[in-house]
Design a protein around this ligand. Structure first.
Ligand code: SAH
Length: 398
């Protein structure tokens, strides 16, 4: 009998700095932090890390093709990572969100990756559909088990699997509904407003759930104002603005598809007279160009661009783009106007972003005051700095 033996477990030793960071709870190990390994590692296998004294340090998903070479699954004492392990983590993630889901909100994030102990996996719930997006091959190795845990804990009727682009190219898995097929566009409730989410093909998992609380803040500021929603996507901020009593709302986005969805979202709320009472205009254009050229004025402008710094080296360019956009937005505000400036670029730290926006207000020569700053909604809880990608600041300018 000559059964081929499974390969030895992938063992890694890290440089001291990375070891310390992992011990403190940082969930990523970069390629240049690995001091030695016993063999080449494969995408998705569970690596064991040892400390400088050769004692167990951590377990994590290995990915030879990503700059984040290991995503830590567990650090501390040796442990068995099995179904019960993932189930416990899913149950805690669910209980952390008890306050988020209620009669008025049945769409929110259920699992936020590393910050919920599921490195490289997010799960967003839209009514009875759970959309799971995976960013690392580790999940696909034991996918059936992971899926069964998610089904048991979150009890969705439908489950959609989505993958980051690199995984789509490399894996045998296909995106789409697992098991029973549901609708590709799902209607859900956020703070009592109906929205659609293109769960199968839309950006991210179909909707930008992270702005929920910021939208609610905007709703309180809009009464009697002409509102411009720049980079509107499907009109998230605009629906809240309409319900809050805006005089008019204008959605500006480069994507016809996003704007169609904004129109559809207004239709979905046609039974709310506060929303139908407000004129809704859509403008399909490049926001940079349109804002540079327009002579129109508004009383509240939301500027929420896509991530302008996908990598650390884009940071400078991103800051200058934010500066340009928001300076222009300020100049389009009537006296007493409000700017809500957001950034979802993880490589632009909140403090830098806030001070840059304050500096623009100062330079405008107008009197101004800050109304609030904020991050993401609590279902997007972040346990390490890189996960704190979303920040917003709100200023009123005379
Ligand atoms: N504020 C939105 C999310 C914005 S996502 C919400 O609350 O849901 C970013 C949006 O910017 C996308 O809809 C994308 O189509 C749009 N976009 C990207 N580049 C653009 C450009 N140059 N001009 C206008 N819109 C752009």
């Amino acid at each position: 009998m000559s059964a081929s033996r499974p390969p030895a477990r992938l063992r890694l030793q890290l440089f001291p700095r990375a070891e310390t960071a992992v011990k403190k709870g940082h969930p990523w190990v970069f390629g240049d932090s690995i001091k030695s390994r016993n063999r080449e590692g494969e995408a998705g296998e569970m690596a064991v890390m040892y400390d400088r004294n050769d004692r167990f340090l951590a377990l994590g998903f290995y990915d030879p093709d990503s700059p984040i070479r290991v995503r830590i699954v567990h650090c501390g004492k040796p442990a068995t990572i099995d179904r019960a392990w993932w189930r416990e983590r899913a149950v805690s993630a669910k209980s952390r969100r008890d306050e988020v889901f209620n009669e008025a909100t049945n769409g929110a994030r259920c699992i936020n990756g590393e910050s919920d102990g599921f490195p490289g996996l997010v799960a967003d719930c839209y009514a009875d559909t759970l959309v799971v997006k995976v960013y690392t091959a580790g999940w696909l190795r034991n996918w059936d088990e992971v899926e069964s845990v998610l089904r048991e804990v979150f009890e969705p009727k439908f489950l959609v699997l989505r993958m980051s682009r690199n995984l789509l190219e490399a894996s045998e898995f296909e995106e789409g509904f697992r098991g029973e097929e549901g609708d590709e566009v799902v209607v859900f409730l956020e703070n009592g407003i109906r929205f659609e989410s293109a769960v199968r093909h839309g950006q991210k998992t179909g909707f930008f759930l992270d702005q929920r609380d910021n939208r609610a803040l905007v709703e309180k500021l809009v009464k009697g104002r002409d509102v411009l929603n720049v980079f509107s996507f499907s009109g998230g901020f605009s629906l809240y603005a309409a319900r809050g009593g805006a005089k008019s709302v204008t959605d500006l986005d480069i994507s016809a598809h996003a704007l169609e969805s904004a129109v559809q979202n207004f239709k979905l709320n046609a039974d709310d007279p506060r929303i139908t009472a407000v004129p809704h205009e859509i403008v399909q254009a490049d926001a940079f160009k349109w804002m540079d050229e327009t002579e129109r004025k508004f009383d509240l402008i939301v500027v929420d661009p896509p991530s302008l710094a996908k990598r650390a080296r884009d940071q400078e360019g991103a800051i200058s783009a934010y500066r340009h956009l928001n300076a222009r937005a300020i100049s389009m505000l009537r006296p007493g106007g409000i700017l809500v400036a957001a950034s979802c670029s993880a490589h632009v730290p909140a403090a830098d972003f806030h001070s840059m926006i304050r500096e623009l207000a100062e330079r405008s020569g107008r009197r101004w005051k800050e109304l609030w700053t904020s991050g993401h909604a609590p279902d997007h809880q972040a346990t390490f700095p890189e996960a704190e990608y979303l920040k917003a600041v709100c200023l009123e300018l005379n």
